[in-house]
Design a protein around this ligand. Sequence first.
Ligand code: ATP
Length: 316
Amino acid sequence: MNTSEPQIPIISTTGVRRTYGSVHAVTSADLEVGKGEIVAILGPNGAGKTTLVEILEGLRRRDDGEVSVLGQDPEHSDAAWRARIGAVLQFGTETDEFTVAEMLRAHASYYPTPRSITEIVEALDLRDLQDRRVRRLSGGQRRRLDIALGIVGNPELLFLDEPTTGLDAEVRRSIWQLIRRLAHRGTTIVLTTHYLDEVEHLADRTMVLVDGTIVWTGETAKLRDDSAPSIVTFGLRSPVSPADLPTALGEQAKPSGNGRVAIEAEDSTQIISDLMRWAASIEGPNPITNLQVSQPSLEDAYLALLETTHGKDLDS
Ligand code: ATP
């Protein structure tokens, strides 16, 4: 079995730039997204996420750079290309007089191979709302309909903008499951969100955009490792004290309350292994008590990353 088939990227961009007058909305965005990946684009307000995503969707022009989405330049795309893409958008009030079922049927009719509407209403818990007019939906129900409309065309590539804003915890979870199932079946997903827990649950890879530039990209789990250290904390059994630690560890050790010691670690495994080796060399009972490793949250790591890029004139 050939497992090394070359994968054509679903999205590939180099040197994308877009300015609005004196505002440099996107200054440098090189990215590559493979089939079935879930990629999150994170960034503070005004970082350029919407501009970048709309360039990929073919809704906005770029000033410069190369963009290929599903093998075509979105600026010169055709209806067949558009039918392969889904986007979860906020709909205008002009659709408010339609019912949920009418909206879904109308949307499905734009696509050559739509998904079954029965399956979609089940998946998004909209079955009992099919005859309700859109204007009578609650915010959360409306968001579920937005998602249903985004996926009813059975897209190969799906853009999700804040997909679970305003939804309750249970519905968020079920939508995350649905998104993961779509990716598992081969749909490529580009997610923009401000919720770090959403990124953590969904995204295989994350890109962080600051001032129009991608400042970090990699596996989501690695964002945490790269941007904020783990902290190893432990107690020391009397009469052993922090002064007895080997120099390399002692220099990094800081008091952490209750007589405990904390060491910030880029590589916590190395610190633990050094500590264990030292503990084994001490006569008597193991001097280390209650060893704990605390991982930073993804949010801590993201904020630490933004702080390190802050010097690069983040205006306002
Ligand atoms: P948010 O998280 O707040 O939605 P974003 O990361 O999506 O922000 P964009 O909407 O892409 O950011 O905006 C990037 C920059 O470009 C901002 O400074 C914004 O004010 C500016 N901008 C966006 N659209 C336009 C426009 N049509 N005309 C002028 N400036 C614009």
